[in-house]
Design a protein around this ligand. Structure first.
Ligand code: ARG
Length: 478
């Protein structure tokens, strides 16, 4: 690193003294400038593809043997050598070399050191262009599967808390103004729906991703009698990609992974924001334990919801990662351009960030204590059952809703003037507004009866919430 740093800050563009790459240097007399090596090399980050690279090479090797393109003896040597490379990487013994640019050439060069000449036959009928496209698809597929499993864990936590709080009342908000009472279970189940759709988006993207670019070669296909269906099957792809130019040049699968992640991150961010609001001294709807909060070094009373704030913040990175690759890809002519080497870091950051954010959110949902007494009080404050009295007038007095709305509005004004809540108004007082009101109208003003009455499909009534939670459990967790 210090060598490279010197090359950047000192005299630029001095050619390095080493020979040109043994992989592609046939027609090159001199080696690359130090700065060229730095901008060109991807090994610092693409070494994360090692397992996929070796898996892809082994599938390719088996196919070359099966098709009689290389001998069984060479194939055996290559497969054994690749196993050793894998083992060296996993045990931390592997000598990663920047001058070998990327993971593909690092693996192949080490293979040559281990098995000698047969290593040079592995790259028959293949190019780094289809190799990297294959490796990266395999990596993103694994990342999708990992994210899906993490989201399943989050769903489990949300559904469990929703079942527990199916009948816990709280204020429902629009414009962050108390609107109508809802149940906490209903509120949490809203996020179950969102996260469920996030899983659906990942599954859709995964199905489109799952075609093999291997055998596209550099861009045009190959003159060797390869079997792309065989390698596709070996690597768990549904089929080979139908067009070799497309195979090496599109990264829409990575974009779809990041787009799905960005939408999911926005869902997590909204929930995180609610947790920030709910834990505040002004709301006190929930409490997070010591496990998910921090103290202030100066204000001893504080318990800060840092994890929730950071989940909210991480969304910025994920959206940035998606944008970074969208902008890299925009305007690239077919087929491969080196720009596309810059596809990996955003995807890695996106996957790492999502893993962290989902885990933190899952932990917080399980950790939070719901302050039911505070929620119950808040649920009735701010005349949140005004709609219920209007609905009663429509049902019992056959009033048009617009008129009933007016009656309810007058009752709110009366309570406001008196400085009390709607249920505190006496029957006589209510009759001054609307003489038709009877004692049973007063029953609809309680928060519990308000939520219990909202039994429409998808509504907030505890029985509907229990049904929705059971349906979600069956759909997502079995
Ligand atoms: N490291 C390269 C990448 O990630 C591999 C493909 C290189 N292909 C090429 N034609 N130079 O994109």
């Amino acid at each position: 690193m210090s060598e490279n740093t010197k090359a950047v800050s000192g005299t630029p563009a001095a050619p390095s003294s080493g020979p040109a790459s043994s992989m592609w240097g046939g027609r090159f007399a001199g080696g690359p400038a130090a700065i060229m090596q730095r901008i060109n090399a991807s090994i610092d980050f693409d070494q994360r593809l090692y397992a996929q690279d070796i898996r892809g090479s082994q599938a390719h090797c088996r196919m070359l043997v099966q098709q009689g393109i290389i001998t069984a003896a060479d194939g055996d040597a290559i497969l054994t050598g690749l196993d050793q490379v894998l083992q060296e990487i996993e045990s931390g013994q592997f000598p990663f070399r920047t001058e070998l640019e990327d993971i593909h050439m690092n693996v192949e060069a080490r293979l040559a050191e281990i098995i000698g000449e047969p290593a040079g036959r592995l790259h028959t009928a293949r190019s780094r262009n289809d190799q990297v496209a294959t490796d990266f698809r395999l990596w993103v597929r694994d990342a999708m599967d990992g994210m899906d499993a993490a989201l399943q864990g989050l769903l489990e936590a949300l559904i469990t808390r929703a079942e527990e709080h199916a009948a816990t009342v709280m204020p429902g908000f629009t414009h962050l103004q108390a609107a109508q009472p809802v149940t906490m279970g209903h509120h949490l189940m809203a996020y179950v729906e969102m996260i469920g759709r996030d899983r659906g988006r990942l599954a859709d993207a995964r199905a489109r991703l799952n075609e093999s670019p291997l055998g596209s070669a550099a861009l045009a296909g190959t003159s060797f009698p390869i079997d792309r269906h065989f390698t596709a099957g070996q690597l768990g792809f549904d089929r080979p990609m139908a067009n070799s130019l497309d195979g090496v040049s599109d990264r829409d699968f990575a974009l779809e992974f990041m787009a799905s992640s960005a939408i999911c991150a926005i869902h997590l961010s909204r929930l995180a924001e609610e947790m920030v609001i709910w834990t505040s001294a002004q709301f006190r709807f929930i409490k997070l334990s010591d496990a998910f909060t921090t103290g202030s070094s100066i204000m001893p009373q504080k318990r800060n919801p840092d994890a929730a704030e950071l989940v909210r913040a991480k969304t910025g990175r994920v959206i940035g990662d998606l944008n970074a690759l969208l902008i890299v890809m925009k305007g690239l002519p077919l087929a491969y351009s080196k720009d596309m080497q810059d596809d990996k870091e955003p995807v890695f950051e996106c996957a790492d960030t999502m893993e962290l954010a989902i885990a933190a959110m899952t932990g917080m949902i399980g950790d939070m204590t719901v302050n039911t007494a505070v929620l119950e009080k808040a649920a009735g404050a701010g005349f949140t059952t005004a709609t219920d009295i209007a609905d009663w007038c429509v049902r019992a007095l056959k009033m048009p809703f617009r008129k009933a709305h007016h009656v309810a509005g007058s009752l709110v004004k009366m309570a406001e003037d008196k400085g009390c809540d709607l249920p505190d108004l006496s029957l006589d007082e209510m009759r001054q507004v609307e003489p038709g009101i009877t004692e049973d109208a007063r029953a609809v003003l309680s928060v519990a009866s308000s939520v219990a009455s909202r039994t429409s499909f998808g509504g907030t009534a505890p029985e509907r919430v229990r049904e929705a939670a059971a349906a979600a459990r069956a759909k997502w967790l079995s």
